[in-house]
Design a protein around this ligand. Sequence first.
Ligand SMILES: *Cc1c(COP(=O)(O)O)cnc(C)c1O
Length: 225
Amino acid sequence: MNENTTSRWLAICEHMHKAQNSSPAAARQVQLVAVSKAQPAEAIEALLVCGQRVFGENKVQEAAKKWPALRACYPDIELHLIGSLQSNKAREALELFDVIETIDRLSLVDAIAKARNEGRETRCKKFLVQVNIGEEPQKGGVMPAKLDTLLAYCKQKELTISGLMCVPPADDNPAPYFAMLNTLAQKHNLPELSMGMSGDFETAIRLGATSVRVGTALFGERVKK
Ligand SMILES: *Cc1c(COP(=O)(O)O)cnc(C)c1O
């Protein structure tokens, strides 16, 4: 299994590189976020041995169980929260994650501002806003029409937003959604674009992604609990 992980990691790095070189719109540097949700520590360690340091998890509780031990061995790990965040877990998330990619509502901005104002040093240094780019009712993310208001509120609360993140509708061609997210980011002068997963990371890179979130294509199918 570890050998598989290593060869999959190498293949993905190569595909990323090719996509980058094939498009003038590609970012100069693209970060690979290895999505390790539902993966055991052994699978993660196989990637750490390769030199991979940036990982994504979608649940605060799961991350709290898995990552402190791994961080003790690899202090330069960068952990991203890519799943929706409940306001009552904001403080815990600020201590666990280096990057929170899923700011999507005013009440969450309030909860984060409150936790940060309590004065304790927190780990998290970077924040992205998740946009519900396909305007799907069941999905997380701020509706595109409400993005201006949310960004203005972040500014008012002194929460610096570095970029936008999205998960396009599952059964559609993702390219128009990636292009739309890029346009929104440019409009607001936001340098970072987190878009693209196992099935479409090359498309996302060609359309300007600065980070891609890849799970299945790296680790194989997730074990369902
Ligand atoms: C699970 C997940 C991914 C990774 O998906 P794969 O298809 O396994 O690559 C990326 N982004 C988010 C937000 C996810 O929840």
